[in-house]
Design a protein around this ligand. Structure first.
Ligand code: FES
Ligand SMILES: [Fe+2]
Length: 378
């Protein structure tokens, strides 16, 4: 099954490749498969906020997309646990609201779990054979960190260390540990477009001179560069002389550069945008085939730079991107549009994204061969 074609299969040579067919962005069968193929296997940034000892906090992972009911708890010994919020008996939700709890007690038939997910009691199960088994405890999920950022995954397609390695290796010099969450910079936007169109737009700087006049004046356009690494696309732009910049120290790969912005995308939908002020983190959440939520979280290491340079007016840049992406959503539905081509020097990131998406759909098809066959052919 792994060698079957998916609609995101593109020629490996960007100079020859054609872009995916327009119908993939508006066919309602696809969001479900994308979720299965990409988001279930992906690493997800968790909203910051520790839980006090002896308390539990329920949340939905990728709300509106995966809607996976999870729990974060903190035991009396101070250890944090992330895992399922669904009872292992018949699937009732365990915890409805955040607060102190001595144990996690199911309201349906009284099964009780410790704050690390282990099964404590299962009333009424006397006589059950081969019980309890390890799987009668709550499934635990990994909790990984990078600086102040926390991540989890339902079923990692790759180890966290491999996923984050391009960021750690190239931008380890950034003061990640000094980042502090700025609640004023946390907000969500909705885009009436397919999530993949939003990501494609992010992965090329080709449109900047046409779509972002303000941003264009903050970066040295000819210095814009893109590199591809595993599940990551990195884009860098130098600052104009005299503007605030990220000064890259001696000994690192980009030593000597004065960067206006570092744009990091991690498959499938995480964007880490580094500016002189700190980090603008964007989570791309597909809600339906033509609606996407973009969640912004802002972390600051140099508040004096909040209003300047390439990171100075992010709302304006966001609105300009949304506007063009929504137009593209309407355009790719055209009966007269089939596929495009990639500009080899400018759109290698977008091409890389399509190749990763294709690989992820192939992986999903190994689990469920119907994934690819359900797609309409035009
Ligand atoms: S569903 Fe939880 S004890 Fe039955
Ligand atoms: Fe843009």
């Amino acid at each position: 099954m792994s060698d079957r074609e998916t609609p995101f299969a593109v020629h490996p040579d960007v100079r020859r490749a054609e872009t995916p067919p327009g119908w993939v962005y508006s066919d309602s069968g696809w969001p479900r498969e994308i979720v299965r193929g990409a988001f279930v296997g992906g690493w997800h940034h968790l909203d910051p906020g520790s839980v006090p000892r002896g308390e539990a906090r329920p949340f939905l992972l990728a709300e509106g997309c995966l809607d996976e009911p999870l729990l974060r708890t903190c035991s009396q010994d101070g250890s944090t646990w992330i895992g399922s919020n669904v009872c292992t008996h018949r699937g009732a939700r365990l915890c409805d609201q955040a607060g102190p709890v001595p144990e996690l007690r199911c309201k349906y038939h009284g099964r009780a779990f410790a704050l690390d997910g282990s099964l404590l009691r299962a009333p009424g199960f006397d006589g059950a054979l081969d019980f309890p088994r390890p799987e009668d405890s709550l499934p635990s999920l990994p909790l990984e960190t990078f600086g102040p950022l926390e991540f989890t995954s339902l079923s990692p397609a790759e180890p966290f260390a491999d996923w984050i390695a391009p960021v750690r290796n190239r931008f380890g010099w950034c003061p990640w540990d000094r980042l502090e969450l700025d609640p004023a910079g946390s907000k969500s936007f909705h885009v009436e477009a397919n999530w993949a169109l939003y990501v494609e737009n992010y992965l090329e700087g080709f449109h900047i001179p046409f779509v972002h006049p303000g941003l264009r004046s903050a970066i040295e356009g000819p210095t814009y560069r893109t590199s591809l690494h595993g599940s990551t696309v990195l884009q860098l732009a130098d600052a104009k002389a005299g503007d605030p910049a990220l000064e890259v120290p001696i000994g690192s790969e980009d030593a000597g550069s004065r960067l206006a912005g570092i744009y990091i995308w991690l498959f499938p939908g995480l964007m880490l945008n580094l500016y002189p002020f700190g980090l603008s983190l964007n989570r791309v959440v597909p809600e339906s085939v033509d609606r996407t939520r973009i969640e912004y979280r802002r972390y600051v290491w140099a508040p004096e730079h909040l209003d300047s340079g390439a990171g100075g007016d992010l709302d304006q840049v966001e609105l300009e991107d949304q506007s063009i992406v929504q137009e593209v959503q309407r355009g790719v539905r055209s009966r007269l549009y089939t596929r495009g081509r990639y500009a080899p020097k400018h759109e290698s990131g977008t091409h890389h994204f399509h190749r990763l998406l294709d690989a992820s759909l192939r992986r999903a098809a190994k689990v469920d061969p119907g994934v690819i066959d359900q797609a309409p052919r035009t």
